[in-house]
Ligand binder design. Structure first.
Ligand code: FAQ
Length: 311
C-alpha cells in the first residue's frame, strides 16, 4: 500500500505536474531515474566512438566537419544528462566509475563496429532516427530536468538523422559499388537498431512502474513499431531492401508486420559479449586515465584561486 506521501506524489504525476529535484520523491523513483538517465548519458559518450573511427577518413571536408559537429553534439548531450542525473543526488564520478568498472549499461547499439563510410549514413539514419522516436516522448516525462534536457537533445538529433540520410542518398544514387555499400550498412544496422528499443513488452521488467510514473509514455514495442513504419518507406525511397523476409504491410493494422528479433544476440551484447564491448570500454577507460593530469591541473588551479581569494 502507498503511504500518504506516495499517494500525493502519484496524484501530482497523474495530474501532469513535473517533479523537480527538491520535491519529495519515492526512493525507487529516484533510483529508476538515476539508472535510466545515467545509461542514457553513457550511451551518448560511448556512442561517440563508432563515429570517431571515421573522422579522419570522411570523403570530403564538408562531410568531415558535419561529422565532427555531430560527435561534439553527442559529448554535449552526455554532459547535460550527467548534470540531470546529478540533480538526483549522485555524483558524476560515481557514475563514471560504474561505467569504467563495466557495471553500468549503455545502449547495445554502440557495441557494433563501423566497417565502412556508409555506416556513418546508417547510424545517422537508423540509430539517431530510433533515438528521436524514443526521446520525443521523454520531453514530456515526469522529471523536469530530464524532460527539459531532451528538448534540445531532440533538436540536435534531428540534424543528426538528416545528415545520416543525406549520406545514404548520396551513396544510393552513386556508383553500383557505393549503392552496395549503403545496402551492406543497412543489412548490418537494421536489426541492432530495432534492439535499441529494449526487450519486448512481455519481457520488459521496468515498464509497468516507469509507465505509472510517466517516465515511459509509450511501450518498447509501440516505439519499435513506429520506427519500422517510419523507416521502411525511407528505405524504399533510397531503393534499398530492408533485410527482413517477413516484413509485410498489414492493411488491417495500418502498420508493417516484421520478423522476430534475435533476442539471444541482444542478451549476449548486454552481457558484454558483443563484437566491440571490450574495445569500447578499454577506449573509455584509457581516455579517462589519459585525462588525469588535466583534471588534476584544473583542481590545483581552482585551489590556488580559492587560496588567493581567502588570503
Ligand atoms: N541496450 O525493462 P526494460 C543515443 C536494459 S540513443 C542496453 O525495458 P527500461 C543517441 C535496460 O536498461 C541510445 N540495455 O528497461 C546517439 C534494463 O536493464 P537494467 C540511448 C538495454 O529502462 C545516437 C533491461 O534491459 N537512449 O545514445 C537496452 O524500462 C547516435 C530491461 O529493459 C536511451 O538511453 C539496450 N538497447 O527501457 C548517440 C534512452 N534496452 O537497467 C551517438 C532512454 C533495454 O534494469 C550516436 N532510455 N536495456 O539493468 C530508455 O528509454 C529506456 O531505458 C529503454 C529501456 C527503452 C532503453
Amino acid at each position: 500500500d502507498m503511504s500518504a506521501e506516495e499517494q500525493a506524489f502519484q496524484a501530482r504525476i497523474d495530474a501532469g505536474i513535473k517533479i523537480e529535484p527538491k520535491d519529495w520523491m519515492p526512493e525507487a523513483y529516484r533510483k529508476t531515474l538515476i539508472r535510466q538517465i545515467s545509461q542514457h548519458a553513457h550511451s551518448e559518450i560511448v556512442g561517440q566512438l563508432p563515429e570517431g573511427n571515421w573522422v579522419t577518413r570522411a570523403p570530403t571536408l564538408q562531410r568531415k566537419s558535419v561529422l565532427l559537429a555531430k560527435i561534439q553534439d553527442e559529448a554535449g548531450h552526455g554532459l547535460y544528462l550527467y548534470s540531470a542525473a546529478e540533480t538526483l543526488g549522485v555524483s558524476r564520478d560515481e557514475l563514471l566509475q560504474a561505467l569504467h568498472a563495466g557495471k553500468a549499461k549503455y545502449s547495445s547499439i554502440f557495441n557494433y563496429p563501423t566497417l565502412s563510410w556508409a555506416d556513418m549514413g546508417a547510424i545517422g539514419w537508423l540509430v539517431d532516427g530510433s533515438a528521436i522516436i524514443n526521446q520525443i516522448p521523454l520531453c514530456r516525462c515526469s522529471y523536469g530536468p530530464y524532460a527539459r534536457a531532451m528538448v534540445r537533445v531532440c533538436k540536435e538529433e534531428s540534424f543528426h538523422a538528416r545528415q545520416g540520410y543525406d549520406i545514404m542518398m548520396a551513396l544510393a544514387r552513386g556508383t553500383p559499388e557505393q549503392k552496395a555499400m549503403a545496402q551492406d550498412a543497412l543489412n548490418r544496422w537494421w536489426w541492432p537498431s530495432l534492439m535499441m528499443f529494449g526487450p519486448s513488452d512481455a519481457e520488459s521488467v521496468n515498464s509497468a512502474q516507469s509507465t505509472a510514473w510517466r517516465i515511459k509514455l509509450f511501450s518498447n514495442d509501440e516505439l519499435r513499431q513506429r520506427m519500422v513504419d517510419q523507416t521502411v518507406p525511407q528505405a524504399e525511397y533510397l531503393g534499398l531492401t530492408v533485410p527482413d523476409p517477413d516484413l509485410k504491410w498489414n492493411a488491417e493494422r495500418g502498420s508493417y508486420d516484421f520478423g522476430e528479433i534475435d533476442w539471444s544476440e541482444f542478451h549476449n551484447v548486454l552481457k558484454g559479449n558483443g563484437p566491440c564491448n571490450r574495445e569500447r570500454l578499454r577506449t573509455r577507460v584509457k581516455a579517462w586515465d589519459d585525462g588525469e593530469w588535466f583534471r588534476d591541473a584544473l583542481v590545483a588551479h581552482a585551489d590556488k584561486q580559492a587560496a588567493k581569494k581567502n588570503a
